[in-house]
Design a protein around this ligand. Structure first.
Ligand SMILES: Cc1cc2nc3c(=O)[nH]c(=O)nc-3n(C[C@H](O)[C@H](O)[C@H](O)COP(=O)(O)OP(=O)(O)OC[C@H]3O[C@@H](n4cnc5c(N)ncnc54)[C@H](O)[C@@H]3O)c2cc1C
Length: 384
């Protein structure tokens, strides 16, 4: 889609696409099978600005606008779901809050390393007993003790901590204060009492490892507080709004990859004396996929554009994420259908894409939570 991309955005799109086609996509099956990211590619991402996409140039980042971030994340998703998820989480969930709320000292301590391509950052919100309902369910707490915060609790389903120099961690610093009682702390792996458990065994996204974390009397200095004390909850909501544009773009990329594979296959495979692409039932699946991918991409880009304009993009981000991730699921499902038995085989990429896309309607807010966000906005806008 290039309806109104600027010449710079179009050039960037071409560069990222070519990079992903050469360095990421050919290795996607290997990343899935080995459970290891391809660091050779991640190191090279630094030169394209993909390791600090929206970190301001003044802080050493690429200072990309949000549409360019969506372009890059879509290309990564098209190439490899695991790589895309880890890089999207690094950018949207770790670099973004540090760039937004970090003190000059915190930025100087973490951003150069985070942007280096040698590590990937992490954000820990979810807990064994709390995902959608963070406000009601988060138990991990931090108490002040002299010049330290002392953290206790568990986090679950956390992307990237194994590679991270820092895990941005949501904690309760005041149990009585409701959503005003949360704060974000910067926790460095290796701190005594901080355990990163072995990777979860997942359905897909196997190269992007996901871990449970335990905090037992973990002491971090007072200046590990990211942003103001008590502001952790709105900071989380703001971070997730931005992250949703990224996950939406990732969904578009996964859908595009499944679509391309299915269209190619449909033109090669023959049944009843002609390529299956000449059977109308297959054409309808192709047409619906083309239509839905285009619609999803436009919605994600619109949310990105609103964010770049400094306008409220929360509803648009929820709509874009919901649309794109549900489209990805339908398109990947039909891509397997078009492949017949071959689609069910690990020999063909649609099998992996189908497993990888499944997370997208769950992570960074489930489809149900996106609908809740959208409905809240609509009811507020149309209040009697
Ligand atoms: C691969 C992977 C990577 C992840 N990476 C991270 C990460 O880096 N950092 C992090 O913090 N978390 C991460 N997560 C966690 C993810 O964000 C949560 O799993 C997600 O937010 C859903 O939370 P939950 O699993 O606790 O589901 P729950 O909140 O228990 O929801 C269960 C079901 O109930 C529904 N539900 C809940 N509340 C409502 C409601 N009010 N109305 C209607 N339906 C409702 C949900 O939509 C869902 O269908 C990751 C998860 C996975 C699988």
């Amino acid at each position: 889609m290039d309806f109104d991309l600027s010449p710079e955005q179009r050039m960037f799109q071409r560069a990222v696409h070519d990079f992903c086609a050469a360095e990421v996509k050919p290795y996607a099956a290997q990343v899935d099978e080995t459970g290891e990211l391809r660091w050779e590619a991640i190191r090279k991402m630094r030169d394209l600005g993909l390791t600090g996409m929206q970190v301001p140039e003044a802080d050493g980042g690429a200072g990309l606008d949000t549409i360019s971030m969506a372009i890059a994340t879509e290309a990564l998703g098209w190439a490899c779901g695991s790589t895309a998820l880890s890089v999207a989480a690094h950018n949207g969930l770790c670099c973004a809050p540090i760039a937004n709320w970090g003190t000059p000292e915190q930025k100087a301590r973490y951003l150069p390393r985070l942007l280096s391509g040698e590590v990937l950052g992490s954000l820990a919100l979810t807990e064994p007993g709390a995902g959608s309902d963070l406000a009601g369910g988060v138990q991990t707490s931090a108490r002040r003790d002299g010049d330290n915060w002392v953290i206790n609790g568990h986090k679950a389903w956390i992307t990237n901590p194994r590679y991270a120099p820092v895990v941005v961690t949501l904690v309760r610093t005041n149990k009585e204060a409701g959503t005003r009682g949360f704060s974000m702390l910067l926790v460095e792996p290796g701190t005594p009492g901080f355990t990163i458990h072995p990777a979860e065994k997942k359905m897909g996204l196997n190269g992007s490892t996901t871990h449970m974390l335990t905090f037992e009397e973990v002491r971090v200095p007072a200046d590990a507080l990211l942003g103001a004390e008590g502001r952790g909850f709105p900071q989380t909501m703001q971070t997730l709004d931005g992250g949703r544009v990224g996950i939406g773009a990732l969904g578009v990329g996964l859908a595009q990859a499944a679509f391309e594979a299915a269209v190619r296959y449909a033109q090669e495979r023959r049944a009843f004396g002609k390529p299956i692409s000449e059977h109308q039932a297959i054409q309808w699946m192709i047409a619906d996929a083309a239509l839905e991918i285009e619609a999803a991409r436009l919605m994600v880009y619109r949310a990105a554009w609103l964010k770049d304009q400094g306008r409220d993009f929360s509803k648009a981000a929820a709509m874009g994420k919901l649309m794109a991730t549900e489209v990805a699921e339908r398109v990947a499902r039909n891509a397997i259908q078009i492949h017949g038995s071959y689609g069910y085989s690990r020999e063909y990429p649609v099998e992996r894409i189908y497993r990888d896309q499944r997370l997208m309607t769950i992570g960074e807010g489930t489809s149900e939570i996106q609908r809740l966000v959208i409905a809240r906005h609509v009811l507020r806008e149309m209040a009697l």
